[in-house]
Design a protein around this ligand. Structure first.
Ligand SMILES: [Zn+2]
Length: 110
């Protein structure tokens, strides 16, 4: 398990920002992507409650799977930890917690 800060990629040609893995800019096709560091703060853009998981996610159910819109703009799909299903709502402020091997970034309510 790797903790630390949340990183993304920014296109040096057009400024598009996204989360890895991106090998070329989806907006303009440039391969000049540089790593950027995010504040890790954002809000829930949309979410779903997952009650049946697969593989290593099965033991986590039920959990909140959300698309989080970062303050810096990019959106990423992430698991929100520590929220009962009823606690999740669109627009809820969340922050990056840690990265989990095989799952990706984990967020918690801010
Ligand atoms: Zn670009």
């Amino acid at each position: 398990m790797e903790n630390g800060s949340l990183h993304g990629l920014a296109c040096e040609d057009c400024g598009f920002q996204g989360l890895p893995p991106e090998f070329a800019c989806p907006a303009c096709g440039s391969e000049k992507l540089k790593e950027v560091q995010y504040s890790g703060q954002g809000e829930i853009y949309t979410y779903t409650i997952v009650s049946m998981g697969f593989g290593h996610l099965a033991r986590r159910t039920p959990y909140v799977l959300a698309v989080v819109e970062l303050k810096e703009g990019p959106r990423l799909t992430t698991v929100i930890e520590g929220l009962a299903g009823e606690g999740a709502r669109i627009g809820l402020p969340v922050r990056y917690s840690h990265k989990e091997e095989g799952t990706g970034p984990i967020f918690v309510a801010a």
